[in-house]
Design a protein around this ligand. Structure first.
Ligand code: ADP
Ligand code: ADP
Length: 228
């Protein structure tokens, strides 16, 4: 489903990602963990196509996203939904408008937008907060809206980039439960990038430990915890 092969990213002479190989099967929750500076955000930005890798391939459903023309890139981006740290919502838009934004940019008919926004708000348990602004929501609620927006264009992969950093343990737990539910209900493949090992322990089918731009351990949670 998502297959990363020999991925490298360098800035000048600094190699930040040094030959990443990672395969995540459809409907799996995979986690990339590692200390600060390991290269996690860089990997996230390569996967959601905010940056172009120096070499290597990132294939989603067999299509290599690193070899696309500018025109095809736009379409390919829809395959990856991202949930950012602190949700990154636009503060002048309501929760519903934030969720609607990617669909409006994609030119979906308003009737379809309304239907999908309603469905997504329902899925993330935020129907009662549809018309609230981000400042009127808790951190966990903002992240629920961030997840709904990440799913707006029905991506094959949902990428969670430190989405629970800064949340208290209870809100973190609730967000992880929600991700598991979405995986089960929608069959979406989820890639969680985090510096918190505790976050992945309960939900990940597969854990890859990143250090100095390389994957130094890969396996089930039990495997990786036992060895580290
Ligand atoms: P993490 O998210 O795991 O903390 P990052 O991907 O942010 O790691 O960074 C990994 C390494 O790459 C760090 O040493 C960082 O300084 C370096 N780095 C990240 N972005 C750039 C950049 N645009 N130019 C140069 N070095 C960078
Ligand atoms: P706008 O003036 O930008 O249309 P709205 O808040 O009315 O602002 O709507 C934003 C988007 O979210 C629209 O696509 C609308 O259909 C949808 N929307 C707003 N509130 C809800 C809701 N409670 N349930 C479902 N969809 C909603």
């Amino acid at each position: 489903m998502i297959e990363i092969t020999a991925l490298t990213k360098s800035y000048g002479t600094t190699t930040v990602l040094d030959g990443i190989d990672l395969v995540v099967e459809e409907g799996q929750i995979a986690a990339v963990v590692g200390p600060s500076g390991a290269g996690k955000s860089t990997l996230a930005r390569c996967i959601n196509l905010l940056e172009r890798p120096t070499s290597g391939a990132i294939a989603v459903n067999g299509q290599d996203l690193t070899r696309l023309s500018r025109r095809d890139l736009r379409e390919a981006r829809r395959q990856i939904g991202t949930v950012f740290q602190s949700a990154n919502l636009l503060r002048r838009l309501t929760a519903a408008q934030n969720v609607a934004l990617p669909m409006r940019h994609a030119g979906l008919p308003e009737q379809e937008v309304r239907r999908r926004v309603g469905d997504l708000l329902e899925r993330v348990g935020m129907v009662h907060r549809a018309n609230h602004y981000p400042s009127q929501l808790s951190g966990g609620q903002r992240q629920r809206i961030g997840i709904a927006r990440g799913l707006a264009l029905q991506p094959a992969v949902l990428l969670s980039d430190e989405a629970t950093s800064g949340l208290d343990p209870e809100s973190t737990r609730a967000i992880l439960d929600l991700l598991t539910e979405l995986r089960d209900d929608l069959g979406v493949t989820i890639l969680v990038i985090t510096h918190e090992m505790d976050v992945v322990r309960s939900i990940a089918d597969l854990v890859a430990q990143l250090d100095h731009g390389r994957i130094v351990e890969q396996g089930t949670v039990a495997d990786v915890v036992r060895r580290s």
